[in-house]
Design a protein around this ligand. Structure first.
Ligand SMILES: *Cc1c(COP(=O)(O)O)cnc(C)c1O
Length: 482
């Protein structure tokens, strides 16, 4: 039976517990710690044995779902399996015990990793300079937008607006607004691409930048990317590439070659750091030469066979985080990139496309899609017709997926497609997993039509049923009630 008590309630005075309130231990402590620093109050800590602690946390962890427990096709987020060897290497005691204040001579190896990883990412993105400072994609966006602002200040120009497609991830307009810009929305055409005519109408000398996710959140590679870039270049609008979907074109093409000025990369999506639950992440930002002087933090360079960190120019946007980077995330990216090499990177990108297109090809005869254009590493299913006809919601459908042992795909995003599921299988899944998942989606569609109540009551197999997401975040009830 599962014990529903919190660990603080599991006080059973086991004979094998370790007591933090032991008086003799306190006496012992006095030998080492000045009296005034010793707490004499009795702490409310559970007196339980080691194996009970272990069981408590292992049981809790078993209630969780992650990429190590099952398929997690969360569109836009790239929840792929990350090789454990990378974790092992990043967890090496030489790395985890080194301190950013260490003497530079003692951490030359760490600097070498930063230097080499920077060069690899510049090669992968086709850009000229890079900072590891941002801790996530959204933090990279904010950094990039500060850089755009600094660029126009430097040129003595005042530009107030950032262009953002209506299919964009919510962080794009949020970051633009945080950086002090106003936003102007570019419409998508009926196929889901950026509407070139709308773009032409909206470009002018008051536009500072255009933030583009490519492939976009419908999983479509912008067919007219050259034209989009040229239209912006005519007005010196800085082109920002949201690199969250890097999986789709890794080793195949490069934002730098497409003409982009700034690119962020989510190391925790594409380059081997598991994510979710708040971190750690890393969102390095790479730029073209003309923006290099505005980069934040310090730069890593190699001089006379030695690596060192040097200050950026006086035009730098300044500091956006402490020290240099989420270093352990950079190590994992470095190992990942070097194990794959150029050929392996290309293969990774191609298999991400193959897996997505394979799944799409099975589902094509059973569902409607957000767009009928050729998909890349992810695609969007539109359930609107079914939902209206059989009176269920996309949430009902998504919750039923949980009962079959999968994490649900992203729902209700992108905002331009109603009642949608956004599916990204990633390159790390087998054909068998994709076949089984497709079969389940088709089965749930049948259930939705024939036994709608099954969907409405789902999930029935998970530790908790439907929770009020908003309330759960604001007023969490951490105690499990039977
Ligand atoms: C995930 C994502 C972001 C934000 O990245 P974080 O690392 O979560 O801050 C931005 N844009 C797109 C398209 C994304 O998928």
């Amino acid at each position: 039976m599962i014990d529903p008590n919190l660990i603080f309630e599991k006080n059973n005075n086991s004979i094998s517990y370790f007591s933090f309130n032991n008086k003799t231990k306190k006496k012992e402590l006095k030998k080492y710690i000045p009296e005034k620093f010793i707490n004499n109050e009795t702490l409310n800590l559970p007196n339980i044995s080691e194996n009970q602690v272990l069981r408590h946390y292992i049981n809790l962890s078993n209630k969780n779902f992650g990429i190590d427990t099952g398929f997690y096709p969360l569109g836009s987020c790239t929840m792929k399996y990350n090789p454990k060897i990378n974790e092992k290497i990043a967890g090496n005691s030489s790395f985890i015990n080194s301190h950013p204040y260490s003497d530079n001579n003692r951490i030359q190896g760490n600097f070498e990793i930063l230097f080499e990883c920077k060069n690899a990412l510049l090669e992968i993105t086709g850009m000229d300079d890079l900072t590891f400072a941002p801790c996530a994609g959204a933090h990279g966006e904010l950094t990039g937008l500060y850089i755009i602002r600094a660029y126009f200040n430097y040129k003595n120009e005042k530009r107030e607006y950032i262009l953002i497609p209506d299919s964009a991830h919510g962080t794009n307009p949020a970051s633009a607004s945080m950086a002090g810009f106003k936003t102007s929305t570019i419409k998508s055409d009926q196929n889901g691409f950026i509407d070139i005519n709308d773009l032409k109408k909206k470009v002018n000398k008051n536009i500072a930048g255009f933030m583009i996710t490519n492939p976009n959140t419908l999983g479509l590679f912008e067919k007219n990317i050259d034209e989009i870039v040229n239209i912006c270049k005519e007005h010196d609008i800085q082109l920002y590439y949201d690199g969250a979907n890097f999986n789709a074109f890794l080793g195949i093409t490069r934002p730098g070659d497409m003409g982009f000025d700034i690119v962020h990369i989510n190391l925790h999506k594409t380059f081997s750091t598991p994510h979710g639950g708040g971190g750690p992440g890393s969102g390095p930002v790479s730029v073209k030469k003309h923006l290099s002087i505005f980069l934040p933090g310090k730069n890593i360079i190699q001089e006379n066979y030695k690596y060192k960190l040097i200050s950026r120019s006086k035009y730098s946007i300044g500091k956006i985080r402490s020290f240099y980077s989420n270093f352990l995330v950079v190590i994992k990216a470095y190992v990942y990139i070097y194990i794959l090499g150029k050929d392996g990177s290309l293969k990774t990108g191609l298999i991400a496309l193959l897996n997505s297109n394979y799944l799409y090809s099975i589902l094509k005869d059973h569902f409607k899609f957000g767009s009928n254009e050729h998909v890349m590493h992810e695609f969007v299913i539109s359930l609107t017709d079914l939902c209206n006809k059989y009176h269920f919601t996309v949430m009902d459908f998504a919750k039923r997926i949980l009962d079959y042992g999968y994490h649900s795909p992203t729902v209700s995003f992108p905002l331009i497609i109603k009642d949608c599921l956004m599916i990204e299988p990633t390159e790390t899944e087998s054909k068998k997993t994709l076949d089984e998942f497709a079969e389940i989606l088709i089965k749930i569609k049948k259930e939705a039509i024939e036994k709608t109540d099954l969907l409405k009551d789902s999930p029935v197999t998970t530790p908790v049923k439907r929770i009020d997401d908003v309330k759960a975040a604001r007023f969490p009830i951490l105690k499990y009630e039977n």
